[in-house]
Write a protein that binds this ligand. Sequence first.
Ligand SMILES: O=C1O[C@H](COP(=O)(O)O)[C@@H](O)[C@H](O)[C@H]1O
Length: 301
Amino acid sequence: MASSSRPLSASLPTTHTHRVIPSSSPSPSSCSPATTRFFRRTSSTHPNNSISVSFTCLKAKASMSANMPPATQEKNVQVFDSEEDLSVALAKYTANLSEKFIKQKGSFTVVVSGGSLIKSLSSSTGCSANNACDCWRFRGRLLNAYPVPIPPGNIYAINDALSAEGAADDYETCVKHLVHNGIISTSEASGFPKFDLMLLGMGPDGHVASLFPGHPLLQEKNKWVAFIKESPKPPPQRITFTFPVINSSANIALVVAGAGKAHPVHVALGHGQDPDLLPVQMVSPEGELAWFLDKDAASKL
Ligand SMILES: O=C1O[C@H](COP(=O)(O)O)[C@@H](O)[C@H](O)[C@H]1O
């Protein structure tokens, strides 16, 4: 997770084409006050796994599609011809939210999940997936075209020197400090922390963060951060934000690329069925849910 006092703003160098279906409707010691804060992921591998985060920016030219099925037309879904185009649009979306929240309350809090989201986003920043965080910290830039003054202390990574239990506890304590200090908002509706934006990926099985199909953690109602020791996807030990926190977010962007994810996308957007409730179907933020898909992920829509 992370935060900035200056909105992500700059010129938008590129125009790309995509379809838009508008919506109808860490450790505690690193918890210093400041303003864009990045929460490095909603889930993390643990231990000995590289943690990576990043995203890119730019402008995408929107055009409405008249050919999308009705169920999709009720959602905010954007489909891009390439991962690069998707990245560009996602960065612009993030920049707009950053500007809005910083104007409103002087800060912007963002959670970024792991997986290929990081790789694809880092590709157009000039940072590799592995050094994306260092790019933020040491180059003082979140995005190539969007200079963002994010102090290193505003990026909250998990402490992977700890056990999974310890890391979850440590991260939850960190978030509690930030809530206590007023840096992270609290949802009036749920009482859980309310991040301004979560950037989530999704697995081919429909999992989000480290919340897997059929796992008891899907029903977690109290914890903010939970650990898992038997993840069906390696590595087995992870920590994750829980659904009460995820769904208290002001905004969530679900960023999905690849044909292997077309089925859960199809189901989550209301066009198909799966015998199991997919975790991605449980994503329901207090504010807006925006889908950023590449054309392969959208191929069954
Ligand atoms: O395990 C995870 O996987 C999903 C999807 O990863 P991807 O590499 O297929 O994009 C990721 O969104 C999630 O954060 C992570 O915990």
